[in-house]
Design a protein around this ligand. Sequence first.
Ligand SMILES: [Zn+2]
Ligand SMILES: [Zn+2]
Length: 246
Amino acid sequence: MIDAGKPGRTIEEALRKIGADINTLSGVLITHEHSDHISGAGVMARKYHLPLYATAATWRAMEGKIGRIPPEMRREITAGKDFWLGDIGVVPFSIPHDAADPVGFRLWGGSTSISTATDLGHFADSVYREIAGSSLVLLESNHDPDMLRANPHYSPLLKKRILGDHGHLSNEDCSRALLKLIAAGTENLILGHLSGENNTPTLARHVSELALSREGLRSGTDVQVSVALRDQVGRVYIIRGKGAQA
Ligand SMILES: [Zn+2]
Ligand SMILES: [Zn+2]
């Protein structure tokens, strides 16, 4: 599992909906210490006995936020240093975000890989190099900049943070990144980490599909693009050695 930003019970229920048993998981890979990524992590370690994998700086930053973690459930990882989790090869890589030591993950099963890259202030070349060629990528499509600027509930400081180089990826930036990834061989894309206030699933999808159509590509035929909803279980992809299948 990558991140645990929901209560344990919600996670357990979501897994059950896709026919997965939480007790068969090998661990939780933590990207960074922001609460939408770790609020359920302590429960994962204590109740379900899943080891938590995080960088040293992320451990320091999340300590005190997730309760006491049994020492045997504590694993330290380093950006750029691959490791095995069962038969999955895991590659943590640095991402531009305003956290202690945030990472994305590329997961290898045989010759096929999938990647997650959310919480990106910008689509850095280094991130592109890390995930290019993955058969499936979960990429951030966080906000519509106009909706964000017009949002009366967000302070000017928060807006600046989100729009900044170490904040979050806008729909437009995501759509540009998408084209680069498709050109490098990615066939399945999931738009994720959508803001609940500054975006809608329809808008995120529309911006990406518009960018695709300008290149003569169609979602559903040339590439698969889906949107990860905030409170619903999404499409299930099974990695079968040669490419991901929905
Ligand atoms: Zn974050
Ligand atoms: Zn986040």
